[in-house]
Design a protein around this ligand. Sequence first.
Ligand code: 13P
Ligand code: SF4
Length: 329
Amino acid sequence: MTISTPITSNTELLTEIKRLKQERNAIILAHYYQSPEIQDLADYVGDSLELSRKAQATDAEVIVFCGVRFMAETAKILSPEKIVVLPDMDAGCSLEDSCPPDQFKAFREAHPDHIALTYINCSTEVKALSDIIVTSSSAEKILSQIPADQKIIFGPDKHLGGYLARKTGRDMLLWPGVCIVHEAFSETELVKLKAQHPDAPIAAHPECPAHIVAHADYVGSTSGILEYAKNMPGDTLIVATEPHIIHQMEKAMPDKTFIGAPGADGNCNCNICPFMALNTLEKLYLCLRDLKPRVEIEEGLRLQAKKSLDRMLELASASVGQGDLGAKK
Ligand code: 13P
Ligand code: SF4
């Protein structure tokens, strides 16, 4: 029977999480969009591709995935023998929600001569219906390995797909999904902010709409933006992605200044991902204590989804082409 004595202070929670982690032989993986306290507790903080690779490589028996559900499902697809827990099973994603598997299947069937290149931000069912998965850090490199005359469906993020199409000249059929977080940046407010900091470059995630990306000096994944921050000219950066990534920037570069790109209200609070924010320190403690909620995937579905993820891991590691989306100009 589990002991359910309530733990009230953060210090107690941290102590208990560390103790349980040892006891369970668990690893804590966290995405850059998690709260600073979760990032600081994690064994590894990374972008979607890096976290997939870590989940596959770890020899821990339990993976505590501090991110959203599709990320934890990806860990389970790649490491079925491990227990994978997610602090809050309701941590979804607007991109996943925008792409119901039955509608995606019908779309594929309407375009039988197209392959489906699909962003990792989707359900396991949609992965099983896809040919190759991509992340924002691997998309351009993977696309460069697909023959130029191959017709492509890209989903579910129309902004990432649109950016790739503009950058590479590839004509792709785009699924109309969006990330509600990156959609919330305001071009008007961004222009005003830039006028206040004319020397600060703007780094944007490719989930941002084209009118935001148009102002960016650098476009790339979360890890790409972090890397850009290390090598950028000057000491101030305007960051157009979920603002919790700034925690890693401030830790790595305490002498530089990072300003979150604003939403329509002039600040960046509306750009906090509500799904990522469902994970809390307390829920992290409870899921380590009880080893639930667990991610479980039916074996036939898992094997089908694994094919498109294996393609991603293989093509993302190939020694050709470009890695992250890179400098725009
Ligand atoms: P990356 O960390 O791969 O850039 O993904 C960003 C994101 O929106 C994850 O949900
Ligand atoms: Fe999904 Fe956007 Fe949140 Fe990432 S930031 S999990 S894409 S809603």
